[in-house]
Write a protein that binds this ligand. Structure first.
Ligand SMILES: Nc1ncnc2c1ncn2[C@@H]1O[C@H](COP(=O)(O)OP(=O)(O)O)[C@@H](O)[C@H]1O
Ligand SMILES: [Mg+2]
Length: 324
């Protein structure tokens, strides 16, 4: 059996609000073998970031993990104290966000920020830490690292800032890198370079990656396996090739159609998925996707489908599954 870097079992996370409990992540199980890249895809609001934040121990009030288990290289994270999570965060696992400006300190040169991240977790002296930072900057493709070391975040382009974030996340050689929409704010050329960089770093170092995106194109190109999420639940999971060739859930097909769409002439574009994601406080009685699904039957409107195995490793939450 493959060694697992991350093993999430039956994770539930949500928000306790005045209007009730919002089940943002509902019974999600997910595995990342060592050295593999796994993707989560789904429209905005379906719970992707909540999974990332649950793993990192970064849920903000009133958000909370309400059930399940998260193991990092065999170590249970659910229930750890903040102090214990802090020691793991940035060291054994690290995260990069969509907008690097929100996680970089605007008044400190980027090199120094990276050096401090390293000094926090590893017992090295300042000189060795500086050398390691410069080496890491080179590894993520930053030219003239000495010059960049003393630059402030606002002096760098969006692409360079994201490279700095990746270097900072990688500085302690984490077992797991979580990238939450890492390229959404970048133009397509830079996006491709950053994704390539993450993939190469994973290959070179054996680091596992969880990459999150609303763009199935990004996910399919990068990942070994893919989880498709809708309204807090996994609705389909498979290796990337199977998902491309034998996708079964109508929602996955819809996401795929909108990717192909972008390259097609306007006149040939397929209709995007109509309707909007449901309010988590008032989920439909049956399948959460049924109100938007062209293939929904009466059963879909009244009964909730379970995740079913269509083939080894290929799971789908749809009564119609297997014949999309
Ligand atoms: N403070 C909050 N209170 C209640 N619900 C929230 C809060 N923050 C986020 N949510 C809900 O949690 C769900 C999941 O959000 P999120 O994980 O950010 O989605 P994604 O990353 O897929 O866009 C969304 O439906 C959102 O409306
Ligand atoms: Mg998000």
């Amino acid at each position: 059996m493959d060694e697992l870097t991350l093993k999430i079992e039956h994770l539930c996370s949500g928000f306790f609000t005045e209007r009730g409990y919002v089940p943002a992540v509902d019974d999600v199980s997910l595995e990342i073998p060592k050295g593999k890249i796994v993707g989560i895809v789904g429209e905005s609001g379906c719970g992707k970031s909540m999974i990332a934040r649950s793993v990192m121990g970064l849920l903000k009030y009133p958000g909370r993990i309400t059930g399940g288990s998260i193991q990092l290289a065999g170590k249970e994270l659910v229930g750890l104290k903040d102090r214990q999570m802090q020691a793991i965060r940035g060291c054994d696992m690290a995260m990069i966000f969509q907008e690097p400006m929100t996680s970089l300190n605007p008044v400190q040169p980027v090199g120094k920020q990276m050096r401090e991240a390293l000094l926090l977790h590893k017992s090295v002296d300042k000189k060795a830490a500086r050398d390691e930072v410069l080496r890491m900057m080179e590894q993520v493709g930053i030219s003239e690292p000495e010059k960049r070391y003393v630059s402030y975040p606002h002096q760098l382009s969006g692409g360079l800032r994201q490279r700095i974030m990746i270097a900072m996340a990688m500085i302690c050689k984490p077992k797991l890198l979580i990238a939450d929409e890492p390229t959404t704010a970048l133009d397509v050329t830079i996006e491709a370079q950053i994704l390539q960089l993450i993939r190469n770093l994973s290959r070179q170092t054996g680091m596992s990656v969880l990459i999150i995106s609303h763009n199935l194109g990004v996910i399919a190109e990068m990942c070994d396996s893919v989880y498709v999420m809708y309204a807090g639940k996994i609705v389909e999971q498979a290796d990337a090739l199977t998902l491309f060739d034998q996708r079964s859930h109508p929602y996955t097909s819809g996401l795929m159609a909108s990717v192909i769409d972008l390259e097609a002439p306007v006149a040939e574009r397929l209709p995007a998925i109509g309707g909007v994601v449901p309010n988590l406080l008032h989920l439909p009685a049956g399948c959460a996707f049924a109100p938007r699904c062209s293939r929904a039957s009466e059963r879909c409107k009244t009964e909730r489908p379970e995740l079913r195995e269509l083939a080894p490793g290929h799971l789908c939450r749809c009564f119609e599954g297997g014949n999309a």
